[in-house]
Design a protein. Structure first.
Length: 183
């Protein structure tokens, strides 16, 4: 029974190991464990077609607050960036013989970076707008205060004219008294 069990496990047990080909870690693991090459089947995943890139961008940009026009413009731009990076990586490999991997993960990171940058810019604009509105409120309050003070000044203008006349008369009296004392 035990031999039957072991035999069934050997036939049906499949282990999947996923490695990213980017960086030195992959080559180091292959050197440490040569049976990864000799005893394994390597599946290389092909690049996503452009239609898949559009659908993925549409799916991940659905949760972002954008107008329909902005969303329609943004999806081809994301696709263009990824396809251009793939083409430039191919040219880079042809010229220098070094491979630069442009993976679907890098496409998802591009979309994530866009969402993060858009959120940061929206926060910045929102904060600037709030400062602007606060400034407008303070200017309106100051305008009201100035209008109130002008009304008070206009109401006090006749009293100021009377006080000025009294002040001039008082100055004349003081001048006369000082000239009398000096004699």
């Amino acid at each position: 029974m035990f031999n039957f069990f072991v035999q069934r496990c050997k036939e049906n047990l499949h282990i999947i190991i996923a490695f990213s080909p980017i960086g030195n870690a992959f080559t180091e693991r292959l050197r440490q464990f040569p049976s990864l090459i000799n005893c394994c089947t390597i599946d290389w995943f092909q690049p996503w077609p452009e239609e898949a890139l559009e659908r993925v961008a549409h799916h991940f940009l659905e949760e972002v607050e954008l107008s329909d026009r902005e969303r329609k413009e943004m999806i081809p731009i994301c696709k263009f960036f990824h396809v251009s990076a793939r083409e430039l990586s191919h040219d880079f490999e042809m010229e220098l013989g070094r491979h630069n991997y442009v993976t679907p993960i890098s496409y998802l990171e591009l979309i994530g970076s866009f969402k993060k940058l858009l959120g940061a810019q929206r926060d910045t604009v929102s904060a600037a707008k709030q400062r602007y509105l606060t400034g407008l409120k303070k200017l309106a309050f100051a305008e009201d205060q100035v209008a109130t003070m002008q009304k008070e000044l206009e109401e006090l203008q006749p009293q100021l004219v009377i006080a000025s006349d009294e002040n001039e008369k008082l100055m004349e009296v003081i001048t006369k008294e000082q000239s009398c004392e000096s004699r």
